[in-house]
Design a protein. Structure first.
Length: 391
């Protein structure tokens, strides 16, 4: 794919266009097709692909910063790009470990193809490590049967990163991670997406019925419950970091809007006029800043340690889940306060803060949710993380 615009950042004029369209996409529950077209034009779908392979060459921290900036303008667009971009990171982590079997993902991203995430399943609160989808070994590959939820970029993806359990694998059940091509026989994308927030991601369900995936599109086969394979490590570090950045970007925008409203709004009871002079409003704005500053520091330190090769050993588990949880909880708190500062006008449909309030609530549904985060962090801190049974 030849880019008509060579850049290593999203131009301001595109971001402004994304923001101008975001409200209508949310209202109409429509996909970000126009945003995706613009991002394809500048090569953003390959932002994390190495430069020598035609990408921008962004590292995880650089991509996180870019995603945070994008989320200030169009949160759903940023989230949709996160669910695509982290697969490039998985390929990068695997290659760093000496396995180049996912190099094809880099080439697909450079060509502008979208890769979606198919891990969420009803009845499974340990996504990736367990599965309700069946994977059956056959000659030359595996056959998958099951239903996947929350597949962002539902109308646009070419590849779906999905997993299933091979219950008959030698040595016990194994989880098989595969990349399903949309045109494969037995793939059905079901239009299910009508949600509270992040509506333009159009994260539809996908039903897999006896779908064959050849061996060359199998990313990893690992014992059920074991997350130590480099493929699975990448599937934790990259998506959770980028998700955290997206929700902090929403909080950045909420703070910006709240401050603008506080300076604009007047009250006959405030001698100097603007709400910004109300001491309690100043306290609220300070609280927003303090929440955002602390959560940003956690994300930045996490990325520095990961990219710097710091050896946290098993402590990486609580650190990554703590980082994502802290970012999302801080973002929700910031947006909540922003509505208090802005007042009743922020309740109305069409107000940007009303949309951000709904979008930010979605952060807690991404793995790991509040319950699983506390379970993993608590068990890791107590030294019980690897013990079975679970409870």
């Amino acid at each position: 794919m030849t880019n008509t615009l060579i850049t290593t950042t999203i131009p301001d004029e595109l971001l402004d266009a994304f923001r101008a369209r975001a409200g209508a996409h949310d209202r109409d529950n429509t996909y970000i097709a126009d945003d995706l077209a613009d991002l394809r034009t500048i090569g953003y779908l390959a932002a994390a692909v190495p430069v020598d392979r035609g990408g921008w060459g962004l590292s995880l921290d650089q991509l996180a910063a870019s995603q945070r900036r994008l989320a200030r303008y169009a949160p759903a667009t940023a989230l949709a790009m996160t669910m695509h971009s982290y697969w490039i990171g998985v390929a990068t982590e695997l290659e760093r470990a000496g396995d180049r079997s996912l190099e094809w993902i880099h080439h697909e991203a450079v060509a502008g193809e979208v890769i979606a995430a198919g891990h969420a399943e009803a009845g499974n609160d340990l996504p990736v490590l367990m599965s309700t989808c069946r994977a059956r070994r056959v000659e030359g590959g595996y056959v998958f049967t099951g239903r996947k939820q929350f597949g962002s970029n539902g109308p646009a993806w070419k590849w779906l990163g999905a997993h299933g359990v091979d219950a008959d694998a030698p040595g016990g059940p194994h989880i098989v991670h595969a990349f399903v091509e949309r045109t494969s026989h037995g793939v059905q994308v079901v239009d299910t997406w009508d949600t509270l927030g992040m509506r333009p991601t159009q994260s539809h369900d996908t039903v897999l019925t006896e779908v064959f995936v050849p061996d060359e599109r199998i990313g990893c086969v690992a014992p059920a419950g074991d997350g130590t394979h480099p493929f699975l490590v990448g599937m934790t570090m990259w998506p959770l970091s980028l998700m955290a950045a997206v929700y902090l970007g929403i909080a950045d925008r909420a703070l910006e809007l709240a401050c603008a409203d506080a300076r604009r709004k007047k009250s006959v009871a405030i001698e100097r006029g603007a709400y910004a002079y109300n001491p309690f409003v100043q306290h609220q704005v300070a609280q927003m800043y303090l929440e955002l500053d602390a959560a940003s520091a956690v994300l930045e330190r996490f990325l520095q340690d990961w990219l710097g090769g710091v050896d946290h050993g098993e402590a990486w588990v609580p650190k990554v889940y703590s980082m994502k949880w802290r970012a999302v909880e801080a973002a929700k708190r910031v947006v909540d306060i922003a509505l208090d500062v802005s007042g009743g006008a922020s309740m109305f449909r069409g107000n940007e803060l009303e949309r951000l309030y709904r979008d930010v609530r979605c952060g807690g549904f991404h793995p790991a949710n509040d319950a699983l985060t506390h379970e993993l962090v608590g068990k890791a801190t107590l030294g019980l993380l690897g013990e079975q049974p679970r409870w």
